[in-house]
Design a protein around this ligand. Structure first.
Ligand SMILES: Nc1ncnc2c1ncn2[C@@H]1O[C@H](COP(=O)(O)OP(=O)(O)O)[C@@H](O)[C@H]1O
Ligand SMILES: [Mg+2]
Length: 309
């Protein structure tokens, strides 16, 4: 089954305001499944969910002089470690704790806001927060996904004014001003931001985050679980794969994948299926040897890339 088939979109793509890529009703089964599919240490999920619950329980009741919360969670870590998936899944899991409300997830596309025309980015950013997000939040509890947030809040101290237009500086300023204002006016918003490049984020943004969580690449045990989960899932269509999923070979295959991120581990399985045409035509013919070879290739590609940095 396609994981997106049950997604409940509240707006048609053609009606979305600039800078918004989706508005979804929560909870959403496909997002709950996404949350379940990401293998990370339990305490990461527990802290994320607790912070999200606390945000809606506390902020409407406690003044900002007492607790200076901004309603922002930031997930940082290397690409492919599950940050965007966790952010979407968190929004849905959180909604399970708010049965009377009808929360929604608003996804921001930062790239749609950055414009080469001078002054346009700052204006687009200000409008997005002060109008679009503010309107969404007047409908009820709203989770806003700021994916790849470094695009919106680039570190001003690292930018040379020669190489970067003043506009980008102003965009960062605008986000900070708007976050302060929304924190004051809308205690029913939670921003979940992600970044592959935390070093490129302005410190003033990071200091506004109520929780910063580092999502590490999967360790050996997590890789074993990702492989098992992926192969067992495929076994629903291609039953022979269950044998590999349950065999001792999984440990060996996981070792061949050491150092890969979660996305690369899943992709490795696809690559193993195209080691030859027979397996591609009938994935039931996949063997441990194909998986070991694909794991070795993926690791070699990764170290090649590291060396060329
Ligand atoms: N820890 C993990 N466990 C299981 N799958 C993972 C993990 N990390 C990444 N993935 C897989 O990799 C893909 C990309 O994940 P994504 O959330 O886009 O990562 P990021 O935002 O960190 O780049 C997803 O399809 C996900 O299933
Ligand atoms: Mg991402």
């Amino acid at each position: 089954m396609n994981a997106n088939t049950n997604a409940q979109y509240l707006m048609r793509p053609e009606d979305l305001p600039r800078g918004i890529s989706a508005v979804r009703a929560l909870p959403d089964e496909s997002l709950d499944a996404l949350w379940g599919s990401i293998i990370v240490a339990d305490n990461i999920k527990e802290r994320l969910l607790s912070q999200a619950i606390l945000n809606f329980a506390l902020r409407p009741k406690v003044s900002r002089d007492q607790l200076p919360m901004h309603g922002v969670i930031l997930l940082v870590g290397p690409p492919g470690t599950g940050k965007t998936s966790l952010a979407r899944g968190l929004a849905s899991k959180l909604a399970g704790y708010m049965p009377k409300a009808k929360p929604r997830l608003v996804e921001v596309d930062p790239h749609a806001l950055t414009s080469s025309a001078m002054g346009k980015t700052q204006r687009a950013v200000s409008e997005l927060f002060s109008q679009t997000i503010s309107e969404q939040a007047s409908n009820g509890p709203t989770v806003v996904l700021l994916d790849e947030v470094e695009t919106l809040v680039a570190d001003r101290s690292r930018m040379s004014l020669d190489a970067n237009p003043v506009d980008i500086h102003r965009a960062t300023d605008a986000v900070l001003v708007q976050l302060d204002s929304l924190a004051e006016l809308h205690p029913n918003i939670l921003f979940i931001a992600t970044s592959n490049f935390p070093q490129a984020i302005d410190d003033a943004f990071t200091s506004r985050c109520d929780l910063v969580i580092e999502v590490p690449p999967p360790g050996q045990e997590a890789i074993v679980q990702i492989l098992e989960q992926c192969l067992s899932g495929l076994a629903r269509q291609f039953p022979a794969l269950e044998v590999i999923a349950n065999s001792h070979d999984i440990g060996k295959i996981a070792r061949a994948c050491e150092g890969l991120d979660g996305r690369a581990v899943r992709k490795m399985i696809v690559n193993a299926m195209v080691m030859n045409r027979e397996v591609a035509a009938d994935p039931n013919k996949l063997t441990t040897a194909h998986l070991l070879a694909a794991g070795k290739d993926a690791k070699a590609a990764r170290s090649h890339k590291e060396a060329s940095k």
